[in-house]
Design a protein around this ligand. Structure first.
Ligand code: ADP
Ligand code: SF4
Length: 716
């Protein structure tokens, strides 16, 4: 494939010569109101964490997906007015004309490849706290959304909207539509999902109004209808109008006239939007982690929409298999295959299917680190795709690589996520790569952890890379090969990457909220002991201050195996950080189903082989549990001894190492989540060519003079 060949979304049968005949339907052009999507691959709106502060980073991120064949590429939420201010979470905006130019960079990047650009205009209603604008949040009836939810808690309650507020929002939507057209968007959204303003009008729990916008289903639908109408009116046939709507709660509501209220809303608005973008209501259900939610989990909720409207329907389901996508179309569930995470993990997914090369798809593992990036308030990161967010600032393309002028030899020690990624990218850049792993199989921690409950899809981190490496002729791969300094020296490599991982310790937790001393004694274990099947015991305490998934997964695993499990953590929740990845509610469900006894704000002080002595982190009240086995999931330390020995040998004049670069990579450098290890391995390999060049810092695109934003409606 030449560069020119994949720089345009292609249509027409001749471009499908290599595509599996069964998958060709995915490349049908689809009419969406006045515009035509070149194929059925539709990157639905999703948060990127890239705001007006990072317009070039954002344009390159979205443009790369268009280049990879996504026929429609959407923005994330774009606020229409300062009363929809989600700070400190990142969001984009079209508040005044000063915001147009930065979005135009995105539409240009998308149009360059023949795709359509969609903008998700958004008013957050009661969900936003307007921490920066300090305007009162707006809502149908003053009902707050998740107002006591840690992380979203702003101690700000919304104002019940007066009639003039409704007029104002309609005016803001109209003004934002005009700006979106000026920025070059082809599809313009009205958003009525995920708790945001349009959704609040639809749901009787939020909408207590007694005027023409509340009460009957038709009345509750009126605000969304009017938002669609002003958008269509302003678009004037220059762009399509899409409705994004959450249907889970509505589908659960009986209706006098329809099968459910969801059927009612879709019937009442059937031909008002040009496109239906249908989804679930809460983030943990809508963007469910693979640990708890399978591919295609939305179907039971959204499967009816196409039977009620003749407008095209797009939906998601973390689809990565072309056969599943085709099945969605043939069974009449969807017209367009929506992808958010699938498009982040592999922006070139459509192009690979078009070329009949679907084995090469880098499948999303459903870990939701991308979503955690948004919760962190930073540009998107992806476990599978280290180039996500790095397309512009580091000039990392997911599929194209600069090649070495003189291929040098690279030895990588350790075949976990970091070593596999380092080997793959080094090899794609033309280096002569040797990869050595002491165990009998590839994958490091991923191979081990993916055997635990719910984590099977995480194995894709290993499987994709092992497969991709097997396609290359310049890689030698050796398992059962523990490497010591002498072995490495005799390999005579120009570059050495030490990707030897990290190990868990049994350190306890101090009142200073940092690791303290190791817990010693019989039947005290670490996660490695769990992986190796060494943990036995009827009454097991899992003491977790790692606070991500592993402590909870191990508790679930041991309980499923028949142990009575007590799970204790100094954090306020079990697996507290999984709040960031949308898993937390399901962690509790899973632990509850297995009868795990959960103790929060609790630390382990002492274990005598029969009893564990614990205490409350804050009031120090002590409690005891009869326990015969302890697993500590707390501190990880790098496996750094090999690296240190290599440096010592090099410094002492070992001639075989004298000219070699020696680099720590992945968990051996700094223990972290898998996403960090993959990024570290990738960075190592890119640096072989670019020397680890500094990245470019993005700057806002601004007008010469700051412009006012009209905070009021102008409709007294
Ligand atoms: P990372 O996440 O950084 O890739 P992992 O712990 O997943 O780290 O993987 C590290 C891998 O390195 C493991 O598969 C481990 O068996 C391997 N390894 C560690 N030390 C050596 C060594 N001396 N020689 C070969 N392989 C090693
Ligand atoms: Fe998928 Fe995880 Fe990447 Fe998100 S971070 S796109 S869930 S692999």
């Amino acid at each position: 494939m030449t560069q020119e060949e994949h720089s345009h979304v292609m249509t027409g049968a001749s471009h499908l010569a290599d595509c599996h005949p069964h998958h060709r339907i995915l490349f049908d052009p689809i009419k969406i109101g006045p515009v035509v999507a070149p194929n059925r691959f539709y990157q639905v709106p999703h948060a990127s964490g890239m705001t007006e502060a990072n317009p070039r980073v954002r344009a390159a991120f979205r443009g790369t997906k268009a280049e990879g064949g996504w026929g429609v590429v959407s923005t994330g939420a774009v606020s229409i007015h300062p009363s929809s201010d989600d700070s400190p979470l990142p969001f984009a905006r079209l508040w005044n004309d000063a915001d147009i130019a930065s979005h135009a960079l995105t539409t240009e990047a998308v149009h360059k490849h023949g795709s359509l650009a969609a903008v998700e205009l958004w008013h957050g209603g009661a969900v936003v706290m307007n921490r920066t604008s300090r305007l009162p949040p707006l809502s149908p009836s003053g009902v707050p959304w998740a107002a006591t939810h840690i992380g979203f808690m702003g101690q700000q309650r919304p104002k019940p909207m007066e009639a003039r507020d409704i007029d104002a929002v309609l005016n803001w939507q109209r003004a934002a539509t005009r700006r979106a057209l000026d920025a070059g968007f082809d599809i313009i959204y009205v958003y009525a999902g995920m708790g945001y303003l349009g959704y609040e009008f639809l749901l009787p729990e939020y909408n207590w109004r007694t005027d023409g916008y509340g009460g009957s289903l038709a009345n509750r639908t009126r605000f969304v209808r009017e938002m669609l109408e002003v958008t269509r009116d302003e678009a004037g046939g220059r762009a399509a109008v899409a409705l994004r709507i959450s249907l889970e709660e509505l589908r659960a509501k009986p209706s006098d006239h329809y099968e459910s209220e969801a059927h009612g809303v879709v019937s009442l608005l059937s031909d008002v939007p040009d496109l239906w973008d249908v989804k679930m209501d809460s983030s943990p259900n809508d963007c469910g982690a693979s640990r708890f939610r399978p591919e295609g989990a939305h179907e039971p909720i959204i499967d009816f929409v196409r039977t009620v409207t003749d407008r095209p329907v797009v939906g998601v389901g973390r689809f990565t298999s072309p056969d599943t996508m085709v099945s969605q179309i043939k069974r009449g569930v969807l017209d367009l295959i929506g992808g958010a995470r699938a498009s982040i993990a592999d922006p070139f997914l459509p192009e690979k299917i078009r070329q009949g090369n679907s084995d090469a798809i880098r499948e999303c593992i459903g870990c939701n680190i991308c979503i955690a990036s948004w919760h962190d308030g930073v540009p998107v990161r992806c476990t599978q795709n280290a180039t996500a967010g790095e397309e512009w600032r580091r000039d990392w393309h997911p599929e194209r690589f600069r090649t070495a002028e003189e291929p040098e030899s690279v030895l990588i020690v350790g075949g976990g996520p970091a070593g596999l990624e380092a080997a793959l990218i080094a090899a794609r850049q033309g280096f002569d790569v040797t990869l050595a792993e002491q165990r009998s199989d590839w994958g490091g921690r991923v191979l081990q952890e993916s055997q635990l409950p719910g984590l099977a899809q995480w194995r894709r981190v290993r499987d994709y890379r092992v497969w991709a490496l097997s396609q290359l002729g310049n890689v030698a791969m050796y398992t059962d090969s523990p490497m010591a300094v002498a072995d490495i020296a005799s390999a005579d490599a120009r570059h050495i990457a030490v990707a030897t991982g990290a190990h868990w310790t049994t350190h306890l937790y101090s009142p200073l909220e940092i690791p303290s001393h190791p817990l010693l004694g019989p039947r005290v274990f670490t996660p490695e002991d769990v992986f190796e099947g060494r943990v036995e015991g009827d009454r097991v305490l899992v003491f977790d201050y790692d606070n991500y998934y592993l402590g909870g997964v191990i508790a679930e695993h041991l309980a499923r195996r028949g142990s009575h499990v007590v799970y204790a953590t100094p954090a306020g929740h079990a697996s507290a950080w999984t709040f960031m990845t949308n898993e937390l509610p399901y962690v509790y469900k899973a632990l509850g189903e297995q009868g795990v006894d959960i103790l929060t704000t609790t630390k382990l002080d002492h274990f005598d082989g029969h009893h564990a002595t614990l205490s409350n982190l804050f009031n120090e009240q002590s409690l005891q549990r009869a326990i015969d086995t302890v697993v500590v999931v707390g501190l990880r330390q790098p496996n750094g001894s090999l690296y240190q020995s290599l440096q010592t040998a090099k410094a002492s004049g070992d001639s075989a190492l004298a000219g070699a670069s020696i680099t720590l990579v992945g968990d051996a450098l700094a223990p972290g989540a898998i996403v960090h290890a993959v990024h570290s391995g990738h960075s190592f390999a890119r640096a072989l060519i670019d020397g680890g060049a500094d990245y470019l810092r993005d700057e806002p695109v601004t007008l010469s003079e700051p412009q006012p934003v009209f905070v009021d409606s102008g409709n007294p």
